[in-house]
Design a protein around this ligand. Structure first.
Ligand code: FES
Length: 106
């Protein structure tokens, strides 16, 4: 289990135990984290699983690339720290990962 922290637009903190090997999106959906809609089910074709990675975690998570970067063009409030959570795999080295939920999603 890896701990992932979501911060809502109104600064509420939601902490979940995520299963290693699943995507962050899958774990967020299982835990009913608000704002992670995931319309396409993880196929990288909807951008409704958009998150902003906390600055302290950006290097560990890495940047979006390829298809994910293209799909992010359809999301709102895209930043350098933006990722699609369906494309981030949970792993022990991400324990404590902090993600901010964009306003207006979901
Ligand atoms: Fe659709 Fe991530 S769930 S792009």
């Amino acid at each position: 289990m890896t701990r992932i922290v979501f911060i809502t637009p109104d600064s509420q903190r939601i902490e979940i135990d995520a299963l290693d090997g699943l995507s962050v999106m899958e774990c967020a959906r299982r835990a009913n984290v608000p704002g992670i809609v995931a319309e396409c089910g993880g196929a990288c074709s909807c951008a409704t699983c958009h998150v902003h990675v906390d600055p302290s975690w950006c290097s560990a998570v890495g940047e979006a690339a390829g298809m994910e970067r293209d799909m992010l063009e359809f999301a709102e409030d895209v930043r350098e720290s933006s990722r699609l959570s369906c494309q981030v795999k949970v792993a022990p080295d991400l324990d404590g990962l902090t993600l901010h939920l964009p306003a207006g999603q979901g």
